[in-house]
Design a protein around this ligand. Structure first.
Ligand code: GLA
Length: 390
């Protein structure tokens, strides 16, 4: 979908055109993930960062029991009574209602809310617009009703909203990154304990560039829950031999190889990918600390191969972009980012090669698929925050 890019002032203007009460303002960040894909719901490790692509919110209480939302980028409105919250066809509204429902479950007495939101965070491109939507709104609700939730609690609340109301069994990476991001840093997150450390994203003469394939295969919606289930199925088989394991986080390559014949081929490949990806992430963190960027780039490429061949969440358009970039002088590595089946590739590129690469990749991609890809320069920033409170 081509959407218009909106800034904070646009959102305030749109709010004022519709509603009267003075709003609080929130800025919610999207995220990138350097490495560690599809590991979060396996209790593994991820290395995301909040980035400077945002959804802005203007919201206020309206003194009624009704909520009125307006999604400015896509010019859609949605109103409902608090007592009638039900998942429906509007996915973005489901994310917001899901958040409200979680506050209610936590014993919060809600009031009606007027809210306008929108920004420059691409939708459905693997940069976690859904998590930014949930996290920004959750922080806004806290600010409106003076609720005391810490950021980890809010990330978990937003994740539950996705699980229980939207029906997406996502991991915790996106919500955590959106709320816990820090300027200039990536977050090495242990998705089991939620322990985390910040690692400077110092890339010297390189930078990370996202190339948006502009495709989103519907298949992705059904395959994500399927991958979650496949990983669980692998664990269930291995638990017969190792009752102490509870997720792929606890599984070793030796265990998998030893019991390969008991696992369906696809399940085996999903599991081996996850186990290797967790190990790759540890190495990638060491590379970042030591400034070994060539090796980091090589790891990104190996991750892509794993996502393509073992985890099977890539698609021809994305493979084209990765292949083109990785064969290009000055590109250290590239891979599909996020859930997969389209969206963005993340590319580690020498700054002086960037412009030429983007020119050529755009041309080649258009020649091949007739699609204008877009690219985004992103920088690690502080996560989702209140810009103006009540
Ligand atoms: C989506 C999910 C995340 C994570 C990634 C893949 O972004 O929301 O929880 O599983 O896919 O790494």
């Amino acid at each position: 979908m081509n959407m218009q890019m909106l800034g904070l002032s646009d959102i305030v203007e749109q709010y004022e055109a519709r509603f009267e009460n003075p709003p609080i303002l929130i800025r919610a960040s999207g995220r990138i993930n350097v490495i560690g894909e599809h590991t979060d719901y396996n209790d593994g490790f991820v290395l995301p960062a909040a980035v400077d692509k945002y959804i802005f919110f203007a919201l206020a209480e309206n003194g009624t029991r009704e909520c009125n939302f307006y999604a400015a980028n896509i010019e859609e409105r949605f109103s409902f009574q608090l007592k009638d919250m039900q998942p429906g066809p509007s996915v973005w509204a489901n994310h917001l209602m899901g958040v409200l429902q979680q506050f209610e479950k936590g014993g919060v007495a809600l009031e009606g809310i007027d809210c306008v939101f929108g920004g420059n965070l691409p939708i459905g491109s693997g940069m976690s617009s859904s998590a930014a939507l949930e996290c920004g709104f959750a922080l806004g609700v806290c600010a409106l009703f003076s609720l005391e939730y810490n950021r980890k609690e809010l990330a978990l609340l937003a994740q539950r909203a996705s699980h229980e109301f939207v029906g997406v069994p996502c991991g915790i990476m996106d919500q955590f990154a959106s709320l816990m991001g820090r300027e200039g840093q990536a977050i090495r997150l242990d998705c089991r304990s939620l322990n985390h450390e910040y690692i400077p994203l110092d890339l010297g003469d390189c930078e990370l560039v996202l190339v948006d394939s502009k495709v989103k295969h519907d298949l992705g919606d059904s395959e994500y829950p399927k991958r979650v289930a496949e990983c669980k199925a692998g664990v269930a088989v291995l638990r017969r031999h190792y009752p102490e394991i509870s997720s792929l986080r606890d599984v070793t390559l030796d265990m998998l190889k030893l019991h390969r014949s008991e696992l369906e081929d696809a399940i085996y490949r999903r599991c081996i990918y996850v186990v290797k990806e967790n190990a790759r992430l540890q190495e990638a963190c060491r590379c970042l600390w030591k400034g070994e960027l060539e090796r980091l780039g090589a790891l990104l490429l190996v991750t892509h191969e794993g996502l393509r061949d073992e985890y099977e969440v890539s698609c021809p358009e994305i493979d084209f972009l990765v292949d083109f970039a990785s064969g290009y002088p000055g590109v250290l590595g590239a891979r599909v980012m996020g859930g997969g089946f389209g969206g963005c590739t993340i590319n580690l590129v020498r700054k002086d090669a960037k412009e030429k690469l983007l020119k050529e990749i755009t041309k080649a991609y258009f020649r091949q698929y007739g699609i204008h890809c877009e690219y985004y320069f992103v920088h690690p920033v502080d996560g989702t925050d209140v810009i103006r409170g009540s």
